[in-house]
Design a protein around this ligand. Structure first.
Ligand code: ZN
Ligand code: ZN
Length: 279
């Protein structure tokens, strides 16, 4: 089968998690994109790693609604934002994100291109259509912003640093889209993280259990609040163990890697981030 025929056949899976709330799964990276459909507008949450993934997300969106779209980026990582240009060139004008996400995309967006090389070669090379880096313009800070989709208010809010310093949560009347603050099916990604703050932020997400029935992580299957609690307890324990280890053997805290509750790669990154973000 030719590439073109394959591309034609590829489709993103989607599932309705609550009335008007969908999770779209375009495949690569086990990414969850979100769609919330109101009376007048619809909101797309995260746009994929480049034009290929964005097209799959867009096609799924358009099979569900013809309404005008707004986009939210939960944070600045390539797999969540590199599809923005595709959406911009398909009529989207409003791109919401946390202020720090906007800054980070402007600063490090180009450096992230190589991370998309395996699935989005055009994005990595910055050649072809829809491969620009489209930085969000509707910036949210510590004050929540409510976007009314027509009889459907969606709250965009920030609960503190965590997976990055600009993770925006998206809350509809039924569903919380948590971005990579919550990740199912893999270890937490610590690269740009603030691990000590992340523990507190997870505790705050846990406290929202009476507000949102459905919880959608940035990657993997929808999760329960018990999952978030366990993620938070594990991270609190890991931070405590890592801090003790670096106090006891300051010359080589990597000795703690085998005892930490994550894989060796993520444990190493966690130790580095703890050292860099010491408070
Ligand atoms: Zn991320
Ligand atoms: Zn991610």
């Amino acid at each position: 089968m030719s590439d073109a025929a394959q591309a034609e056949q590829a489709k993103a899976d989607y599932v309705q998690v609550a009335p008007g709330n969908y999770v779209i799964r375009p495949g690569d990276y086990r990414l969850n994109s979100g769609l919330v459909v109101g009376r007048d507008k619809a909101m797309v949450i995260d746009t994929g790693a480049g034009p290929r993934q964005a097209r799959l997300i867009y096609q799924a969106v358009r099979s569900l609604t013809k309404l005008p779209l707004v986009v939210v980026n939960t944070h600045s990582h390539f797999d969540h934002v590199f599809g923005n240009a595709f959406f911009a060139e398909n009529g989207v004008h409003e791109f919401y994100a946390h202020r720090n996400c906007g800054h980070d995309m402007a600063e490090s967006g180009a450096d992230q291109r190589q991370l998309a090389a395996s699935t989005e070669p055009e994005m990595a090379e910055a050649t072809g259509r829809h491969t620009g880096i489209r930085v969000p313009t509707r910036l949210v800070d510590d004050t929540p912003v409510t976007v009314d989709l027509g009889n459907l208010p969606v709250k965009l809010f920030y609960l503190g640093r965590g997976h990055t310093d600009g993770d925006l949560l998206v809350g509809t009347p039924s569903t919380l889209f948590a971005g990579d603050l919550v990740e199912q099916g893999g270890y937490p990604q610590f690269e740009d993280s603030y691990p000590r703050d992340w523990v507190d932020t997870l505790r705050r997400i846990s406290a929202l259990r009476h507000e949102y029935e459905v919880l959608v992580p940035g990657h993997g299957q929808t999760v329960s609040y018990a999952f978030v609690k366990s993620m938070w307890e594990t991270m609190a324990l890991a931070v405590r163990m890592a801090s003790t280890a670096s106090r006891e053997t300051p010359s080589d805290s990597t000795k703690a890697i085998p005892i930490l509750p994550y894989g060796p790669v993520q444990s190493r990154v966690l130790l580095e981030r703890l050292a860099r973000t010491a408070r």
